[in-house]
Design a protein around this ligand. Sequence first.
Ligand code: IFM
Length: 456
Amino acid sequence: MIFPENFVWGAATASYQIEGAVKEDGRGQSIWDTFSHSPGNVAGGDTGDVACDHYHRYADDVELMRELRLAAYRFSVAWPRVQPDGTGPANPRGLAFYDRLVDKLLSAEIVPYVTLYHWDLPQALEDRGGWTDRDTAYRFAEYAQAVHDRLGDRVHHWATLNEPWVSAFLGYGNGVHAPGRRDPGDAMRAAHHLLLGHGLATARLRELGARSVMLVVNSAPVLTPAQVNDPDARPDQADAAGVERVHALLTRQFLDPVIHGRYPAQVLEAAERNGGTGHVKDGDLRAIAAPIDQIGINYYNPCVVEASPGEPADAAWPGSEGVRFGGADAPTTAMGWPIVPDGLSRLLVRLSHDYPGVPLMVTENGAAFDDVVENGRVHDADRVSYLDGHLREAHRAIEAGADLRGYLVWSLLDNFEWAEGYSRRFGIVHVDYATQARVPKDSALWFRDVITRNGL
Ligand code: IFM
């Protein structure tokens, strides 16, 4: 099973999850510093203060990437390193870290894919309303320019936001993520302002000459329990309407405005029921629809729903009244997420149908398992099997016509898994947090061979 020529193979990480060094070189405070230091928010009271100490160990980490033959590395820039208070002149010492990282990657012949926002909003902006404040979108475009001004001569692949659904609905809806706010109307407003920030930043990056810009969404096929194991199962009318509504809330809420310049009816209805649509101003949808070059897809598991009359909306899903979210009849990862590899092909095929002409890239896919180090090795057969299954489905989607350009595994390193702290390990490289020793797991060696063969 061989992938197309020039298929991009790599791994992904994010700033707050791996960097540590939260007080170094003038970095300001982010919402995740505040949130993780507030008792009760993160398992075990873990914080990103040290994480994988990548800020100091980046050169060795890039050497490891070279040994694993990665062709691409997707990392994020911490906004509070660049603008400690979220506005104003760029902090050259903060940018210098990414300068060094990019140079090191290029010397290892690894193509940098830079994500501008992977959830570490400067706390100073949150104090002014965060993503519920329209001004944050304009500040984001300015920040994007500051990063491009410093790295744009060497970085050609840009992602604006990582998973705006998570930022909006876990950050402002159910409060499981920073900043920990819980208001459905705030969540809907945050989602719109994130999109506006994406559109403004995209236009700015293009003016500055960026070659490729994408938006990265967390997406999933929305399925009834019966459809999980039987793609041909036909849901009844109520279930089918629930499935399409949740698909609109999860995926179309972001991709329809960006690609088609309009919100789906189900999203407008959800906004109407939760504070209205007054935050959507004239011209916003035109700005949001600034052309992009690729859609980044982060896929882990399907979203399983069925109609349940009278069910109130889930706090993370304004507009989901009458729908119950459930599990699937499938094995699970250490996150409790069902393992359904063909969810990936079903998703990619649908997205290529709904957004024709826009290439896709799997910007995250991977799994947490309870790994153990034995005699200096980690035999993570469960992760190898997860990755193998999903790559087969990625290939199947390509054969079915999806324009899939690459696959980035989540994650290069075990890291700070947000509200789960360090209790969940997603890396293909094991990190001993006491010594910071890195041990490539069997999955890393397996992935290196996949890259070398350009296939399975
Ligand atoms: O760790 C996260 C990442 O930051 C965003 N996508 C999902 C991963 C696993 O939960």
